[in-house]
Design a protein around this ligand. Structure first.
Ligand SMILES: NC(=O)c1ccc[n+]([C@@H]2O[C@H](COP(=O)([O-])OP(=O)(O)OC[C@H]3O[C@@H](n4cnc5c(N)ncnc54)[C@H](O)[C@@H]3O)[C@@H](O)[C@H]2O)c1
Length: 422
């Protein structure tokens, strides 16, 4: 049986009001707080302060049963609770930055309210705030590290289906220290979701990643849709068919931070799409920005390796990804060109590449870029590791190669993401 917690919700807007009603509905004792007397009165009168399907009914149920009430007095709400959830607004400032004025003010007011408090308090930021805000703004404003622990617990509900989204969460993220973060996750016991328990700043970042991803998906569908329509191709069918592929398209595929993309298809086809877009007189900023984004990512890798200074570099991997001998548009070749151009000493080992066996476009691509590649290529990984001061993992090694690389004991730069050496 889930523990019933005493929770104060500060800010009774879309997020706060829905959270207050739903947390009470699943058995907690909730007190809502807002500077708006109107919103406070609405809640106490069992009425939704704004239109949200099902909210009025939920408020009616939980206010009638005594599990939710509202007040304009923050100190009263905090005194009655063991957990305070910050659900105030974080609107855009004029310069595009986020305004955290409301968060800062509320945190200071809570700080004043707990000046003499002895009972511990969990202060949970549900508002969307940039990484670092909990540690650098909320915690100092509260000013009682001995009593108040700050956590991040971003909200993912969507207006219009907010009650359903609360009861069947798409994602539940809690960031902060144990055992506090598990206590917050336990508030939702019984709901059909597996809580994601992470570090404080990670939780703050995840919310931005999710919203950026949603926006990116909409903009992508709209640009592909607009380009389809311009060619009298049914846009909805194109995107619906794209969504049928749940292995590569609607899946985890391609969503791991790693190295720049390359190969014989993605750069070429994107280039053609962008060119055709311009021929159709279409403004497609998202599609136009994908190749430049990839270039910037490659440049970050160049800078990172140049920052190591004039060390001898042993590269693992030359082809555009593992398990192929295709070199066309390999980002590693572009990376090597720049490093060699800056005078860096480089040797390369690739488990799937035998120079004498490549031919045609593959061979031309390599010889145009790095004609003296033959002198750089190594066939013995142990020898290369021995020679190098520093390794660069430009490809995910198989198990045996990972063991061999580890055994060499050399420092390494990982371009592929994850934990390639295990
Ligand atoms: N609206 C959404 O769909 C949604 C979804 C997920 C996350 N979020 C994030 O959640 C946060 C809240 O969003 P919202 O849409 O609920 O905002 P909102 O503007 O609807 O509500 C904020 C509430 O906070 C109250 N408030 C401001 N200062 C206060 C104070 N000092 N004391 C008490 N109450 C105070 C305001 O009166 C208002 O009622 C934002 O950071 C937003 O980005 C919103």
């Amino acid at each position: 049986m889930k523990t019933s917690e005493k929770i104060a919700i500060v800010g009774l807007g879309y997020v706060g009001c829905v959270s207050a009603a739903c947390l009470a509905k699943i058995g907690h004792e909730v007190i809502g707080c807002d500077v708006s007397d109107y919103k406070v009165a609405c809640v106490n009168n069992k009425e939704a302060p704004f239109f949200e399907p099902g909210l009025g009914e939920a408020l009616d149920e939980v206010v009638s049963s005594g599990r939710l009430r509202a007040t304009a007095d923050l100190a009263e709400a905090v005194a009655a609770s063991d957990i305070v959830m910050l659900c105030v607004g974080t609107p855009s400032a004029k310069n595009g930055n986020q305004s955290i004025e409301q968060i800062e003010r509320v945190a200071r007011e809570i700080g004043a309210a707990i000046a003499d408090r002895e009972r511990p308090l969990l202060v949970v930021t549900r508002s969307t705030v940039f990484p670092g805000t909990c540690e650098e703004v909320v915690a100092p404003a509260l000013g009682r590290p001995d009593v108040a622990v700050v956590l991040s617990h971003p909200e993912f509900l969507r207006e219009g289906t907010a009650i359903e989204d609360f009861m069947e969460p798409s994602l539940l993220v809690v960031g902060g220290a144990e055992p506090h973060r598990s206590r917050i996750a336990a508030l939702y016991e019984g709901l059909p979701v597996r809580p994601q328990i992470v570090e404080l700043r990670t939780a703050e970042m995840i919310k931005y990643a999710c919203n950026a991803f949603h926006a990116l998906k909409i903009a992508f569908a709209n640009e592909i849709g607009a380009m389809s329509e311009r060619q009298s191709i049914p846009a909805a069918e194109v995107m619906a068919t794209l969504c049928e592929d749940e292995a590569l398209n609607i899946s985890k595929a391609y969503l791991k931070p790693g190295f720049a993309f390359g190969g014989s298809c993605l750069p070429k086809d994107l280039r053609a799409l962008v060119y055709r877009g311009s021929r159709l007189d279409m403004d497609l900023p998202l599609l136009n920005s994908v190749l430049p984004s990839n270039e910037s990512h490659l440049q970050r890798a160049v800078d990172k390796i140049l920052d190591l200074g004039p060390v001898k570099l042993g590269f693992f991997g030359l082809t555009f990804k593992e398990n192929t001998d295709d070199l066309r548009e390999s980002p590693t070749i572009a990376l090597l060109e720049q490093l060699i151009g800056k005078g860096r000493e480089v040797r390369v080992f690739d488990p799937n590449l035998a120079l004498e066996k490549i031919y045609g476009a593959n061979q031309r691509f390599l010889m145009e870029r790095i004609p003296h590649i033959g002198r750089l290529m190594q066939t013995d990984l142990a020898q290369m590791t021995e020679w190098a001061d520093h390794l660069v993992l430009a490809q995910k090694p198989g198990k045996a190669y990972a063991e061999a690389l580890k055994a060499g004991g050399k420092p390494s730069t990982n371009l592929v993401g994850g934990n390639p050496l295990g």
